[in-house]
Design a protein around this ligand. Structure first.
Ligand SMILES: [Zn+2]
Length: 371
């Protein structure tokens, strides 16, 4: 199997052992699941299915970021406890993914379950000299980690631009370098706060995933995933602090899923240009939604269009009419998936077989389109 690796910037062999350790950055549960989320997690579901089909056992961990600024802001707005809001939205997300026939993952740990792990992890980074305390916060010192920037391959200028755009507080006067990032910081008065030897507060944005990956999967994982908007700063920072803490390689293969657009902009909660999965489910067969997602290659950005669902409902009907005994297309579909998870290629093969009236049952199963 070959997959594109973000860090190496090339399609390279993905050759894990029998057991495959995968970590994907999950949601911040403060609103319903939109098509962008679904696209990310259905991509990893197709990967997981093909790995199982190839004889691997797969341990996939997908965290829930229930300690985070946007969740606190939404809870404040609604006047509810942030953990109640998170629990409700997490349950909706799980229902949506289940409806889209996503396989269960090994675990879905919450950030709020990991505060002790996070404090221990920060202690490891401090002990090894990669972090410093200032003004009640703990910062990672990027100047001590020369390979900072080798996940994203971004220039320092571009990293600074993204840090500025994505909440990196580059002008924080406590920082020694503008790209240094927070491991721990004091909480605002109405935010949750936990005791720590360097001052009460809460974890920074990135440390949760490093601590959870270590706790759930160990020091080195085979594949780390998430949306492409997480490449920097999130994944760059995760890698730096994980390798600083353990001294071991963190991730063998970085795989990112491109963003979904609507009206020319990335689908995002902050812009409000969203297509929600639960709204689509009211109108369309969830199998057609799944097909609508995977008819795009995971590395290419795509734009929502109104023709997407009718087209894929038609495709589903054509496949279901041919869901009798397998005609042999499944091996070609396997080959397409092994070629950088070429789902559009796989769909085209099945479309072609179905157009000839050939059976496509096994190939549908492989893509998670069940009868
Ligand atoms: Zn993460």
């Amino acid at each position: 199997m070959r997959l594109y690796d973000t860090a190496r910037q090339a399609v390279v062999p993905f050759e894990p052992g029998e057991g495959v350790l995968i970590y994907t950055c999950g949601i911040t549960p403060y609103d319903a699941t939109h098509l962008g989320h679904a696209s990310t997690f259905i991509t990893y579901d197709v990967l997981q299915r093909r790995l199982i089909d190839r004889g691997h056992s797969v341990k996939c961990v997908r965290n829930v970021t229930d300690v985070d600024d946007p969740l606190f802001a939404k809870a404040r707005e609604l006047g509810v406890h942030y953990l109640d809001l998170a629990a409700g939205e997490e349950a909706r997300f799980e229902r949506d993914l289940e409806a889209l026939n996503a396989l269960p993952v090994h675990s879905t740990p919450r950030a709020s379950s990991a505060i002790a792990d996070i404090r221990g992890f920060i202690g490891m980074v401090l002990d090894r000299g990669f972090a410093y305390e200032a003004g009640g916060s703990v910062y990672f010192d990027v100047t001590k980690f020369p390979s900072f920037g080798t996940v994203s391959n971004y220039s320092e200028e571009r990293m600074l631009d993204y840090a500025r755009e994505r909440g990196g507080n580059v002008d924080d006067p406590n920082k020694r370098h503008p790209l240094d990032f927070v491991l721990w910081h004091p909480s605002l008065p109405d935010e949750p706060s936990w005791d720590a030897m360097w001052g009460a507060g809460r974890p920074g944005w990135h440390i949760e995933c490093s601590a959870l990956a270590l706790r759930e999967l160990g020091t080195t994982i085979d594949l780390h995933g998430g949306g492409s908007d997480l490449i920097f700063p999130h994944h760059e920072c995760e890698r730096a602090q994980s390798e600083a803490a353990t001294g071991e390689p963190f991730v063998k293969h970085w795989m990112h899923v491109a963003m979904v657009y609507m009206d020319g902009h990335k689908m995002s909660k902050s812009l409000g240009n969203l297509v929600f999965v639960d709204a689509l489910r009211k109108e369309w067969d969830p199998r057609a939604i799944r097909l609508g997602i995977i008819e795009h290659h995971y590395r290419r950005e795509w734009e929502w269009e109104d023709t997407l669902m009718p087209r894929n409902a038609g495709r589903l009907a054509a496949w279901l009419a041919c869901s009798h005994e397998e005609s042999g297309v499944v091996d070609d579909v396997r080959a397409a998936l092994d070629d950088d998870l070429d789902t559009p290629g796989a769909l085209a093969l099945i479309d072609e077989a179905a157009a000839k009236g050939l059976g496509v049952h096994e190939a549908m199963q492989l893509l998670g389109v069940h009868l």
